[in-house]
Ligand binder design. Structure first.
Ligand code: NI
Length: 138
């Protein structure tokens, strides 16, 4: 029986959305307040969904303690209270939009969570703005 189990997590991080090849004015036109050259923070809320079959022996789909540990190692420790542009290698040359952060998190967790499971990353940048990524290429 297929089901999705979810683990919620949280991190605070600073970012700036901008293109180096654009002026500050153009960056402000496109990215608004998120282009502030001196950075600003968000309280990111993360929901990691793991989709798979329930193990009839345990009644578990996956042990959420393991998912919790992967989120800690792959997301909370490297991202929490960090400046994403300056301190996180994945964003040296990648704009840290909610979309791109979700893809980076998905790829990091995909390398940890066994391949028999599908995974889905939901990332809230604000209580009203969020993205969902489940690994599709189109
Ligand atoms: Ni922002």
């Amino acid at each position: 029986m297929k089901m999705k189990v979810c683990r919620k997590a949280h991190f605070n991080a600073a970012h700036r959305l901008y293109r180096k090849d654009w002026s500050d004015e153009k960056n402000f036109q496109v990215f608004g307040k998120c282009s502030n050259p001196l950075y600003h923070g968000h309280n990111y809320e993360l929901i990691v969904g793991v989709i798979g079959d329930i193990d009839p022996e345990t009644g578990f789909l996956i042990d959420l303690k393991i998912v919790k540990q992967y989120i800690k190692e792959e997301v909370e420790i490297p991202f929490d209270h960090k400046n994403l542009n300056e301190e996180v290698a994945e964003f040296k040359n990648l704009n840290p939009t909610t979309e791109n952060i979700a893809i980076v998190i998905w790829n990091k967790l995909r390398n940890k969570i066994p391949a028999k499971y599908d995974i889905e990353v939901t990332l809230y940048e604000t209580p009203r703005n969020f993205v969902i990524y489940s690994g599709g290429t189109n």
